[in-house]
Design a binder for this molecule. Structure first.
Ligand SMILES: Nc1ncnc2c1ncn2[C@@H]1O[C@H](COP(=O)(O)OP(=O)(O)OP(=O)(O)O)[C@@H](O)[C@H]1O
Ligand SMILES: [Mg+2]
Length: 518
């Protein structure tokens, strides 16, 4: 207690002399003292003066000391009350102690006994105050900590909520405990449907979940128990596929699994852009092929007629020379020269006809074609070259292929081009696999020709269908094979695609529309 603190005491006793004695003793001990002559007046003063210590007689007319004690303790429990009893009044003293009186002294009052009781009451008062202050201190500290905790919690909650990426947290049983707004939006759920109700596995297709768990255990995908920027897909509320990039970590505490946290990024936009870019590239490619086709068509037409004329006349001259059976050296020379002119002109005519096919200006005669029969025929024609280059052959033909409406000669030419290209790509030997399948709708027949050759450089991929694009040495390739194939397949309403990996091989995939039953 500070030095300017003054203890206040109230003495309640109907015996004025007793009250006087006690008051003097207390004043001597430094108290500021008031007296009251009965219980009612005492209570009134106690309410007004708020004394630290009250000394009250037990037996008084009107309100008894016990009643005063009970009232005082009810109104201000921190006030210390000492009761004064007669010698034979031990029961009252016990009752008073039960009602939390600090002490009792007996009449006649001995100043020493009074001072001992007063000191004890002071001590009790001070202890009680200390405890109260300490409790208040603890309470304020606790409130502050609780407030700080709450703030931190709110801040973290805000961080999670405002993240553009989806955040999903699971407990050790893999039940979802965190599911932020972005993720709720992405997957079309209300958070209340998910939290504590759904499990991690509810968001993945079982096969995909298996793959994720396998790769989570594999260090190569972002470290132990981690997946970093992992491409996968999730199931939204309507069980539709949503492509996402997933980063996932298993949380552990003292090696005990605590759960999982996932960061999820929507890939739909990126996929859409990629698709748009691919579409644009395809359109550009188609445009290029169309202009090349127009150019090829005009050149071929201009050359075709004079070439036919030259060829016809050369053949006529050769016939005349043969009939005349002239033996002069000069004639024989002429005959030889004309043969060379015929051969070279025929070669030009072949090139021109290739160009015409590419430009889709050539005539086609369509009929129902049995693709398997056509492929077997192609293989018969390639047998010799395959054997020569020690190339293995693997075929897988669906026996129930629908027929294709087209020109058998032209389609056969396409397949031969693909097979010969594959053979050219495997000078050291290898394997060709040819597959013919129909899709489930029965609308398309797919033929793929795969080799284990040297592959095509990425920079060449988009040029291989251009007429005269070749990487083969002079005299070995004209660069018309794929251009012609492209022309024929497109002319049949089909599509041709290529997949290639350097050093591993190349696969050409041709899709042709199946004939309609009628
Ligand atoms: N299976 C393949 N493996 C590797 N490269 C290939 C394959 N098929 C085609 N190519 C590449 O594409 C180019 C063009 O092929 P294309 O068939 O049009 O012409 P070519 O084979 O060179 O000559 P041509 O077919 O007129 O005799 C080839 O030169 C080659 O570089
Ligand atoms: Mg070729």
């Amino acid at each position: 207690m500070s030095s300017d603190f003054t203890w206040r005491a109230l003495v309640i006793d109907d015996d004025i002399d007793v009250a006087e004695v006690a008051a003097i003793a207390l004043a001597d001990a430094g108290f500021s003292v008031e007296t009251a002559v009965d219980g009612r007046a005492g209570l009134e003063k106690a309410g007004r003066l708020r004394p630290h210590i009250i000394l009250t007689d037990i037996r008084m007319p009107g309100l008894s000391g016990i009643e005063v004690l009970a009232q005082v303790k009810k109104q201000s429990p921190e006030t210390e009350v000492i009761v004064v009893t007669g010698h034979a009044d031990i029961d009252s003293a016990v009752e008073a102690l039960k009602l939390d009186a600090s002490d009792f002294i007996t009449k006649p009052i001995s100043v020493n006994a009074l001072m001992v009781a007063i000191e004890r009451a002071q001590e009790r008062f001070q202890n009680r105050k200390k405890i109260k202050d300490y409790t208040r201190f603890l309470e304020s500290g606790w409130t502050r900590t609780a407030r700080e905790l709450l703030e931190t919690h709110r801040y973290q909650q805000n961080l999670i909520e405002s993240s553009m990426d989806g955040i999903l947290g699971c407990n050790a049983q893999e039940v979802v405990v965190t599911f932020n707004a972005s993720l709720a939006r992405l997957l079309g759920y209300e958070r209340s449907q998910v939290i504590n109700k759904m499990r991690l596995s509810d968001f993945f297709h079982p096969e995909e979940e298996k793959r994720i768990r396998r790769d989570l255990a594999d260090r190569r995908f972002g470290g132990e128990n981690r997946l970093f920027m992992y491409e996968t897909w999730m199931r939204d509320r309507s069980a539709d596929k949503v492509p996402v990039q997933l980063s996932m970590t298993r949380i552990k505490d003292d090696q005990q699994p605590q759960g999982l946290v996932c960061f999820i990024r929507d890939l739909r936009m990126i996929h859409r852009l990629q698709q748009e870019m691919a579409d644009q590239a395809r359109i550009l490619h188609q445009d290029k092929m169309m202009s090349l086709g127009r150019l090829a068509a005009s050149v071929a037409h201009e050359i075709n007629n004079p070439l036919s004329a030259v060829l016809n006349y050369v053949r006529l001259m050769l016939k005349i020379l043969e009939r005349r059976a002239v033996e002069s050296e000069q004639d024989q020379k002429f005959q030889r020269y004309l043969q060379i002119v015929e051969k070279e002109t025929a070669r030009c005519a072949e090139t021109v006809s290739g160009l015409l096919t590419f430009s889709r200006k050539s005539d086609i005669r369509k009929e129902n074609i049995d693709i398997v029969e056509m492929l077997e025929h192609c293989l018969l024609l390639s047998r010799h070259r395959l054997d020569l280059s020690q190339i293995g052959l693997e075929t897988d033909f669906d026996p129930h292929l629908p027929p294709v409406w087209g020109d058998a000669n032209q389609l056969q030419q396409c397949m031969i081009n693909l097979i010969f290209n594959a053979i050219d790509a495997m000078e050291e030997g290898g394997k060709i696999s040819i597959q013919a399948t129909a899709d489930t709708s029965g609308n398309w027949v797919t033929i793929s020709v795969a080799d284990t050759g040297h592959g095509i450089e990425p920079g060449h991929l988009e040029r291989i269908f251009e007429p005269f694009f070749t990487t083969k040495e002079e005299g070995k390739g004209l660069g018309l094979g794929l251009a012609t194939t492209y022309g024929i397949i497109t002319n049949h309403g089909g599509k041709i695609d290529v997949y290639s990996e350097i050093g591993k091989g190349t696969t050409f995939v041709v899709k042709l529309p199946a004939s309609k039953p009628d």
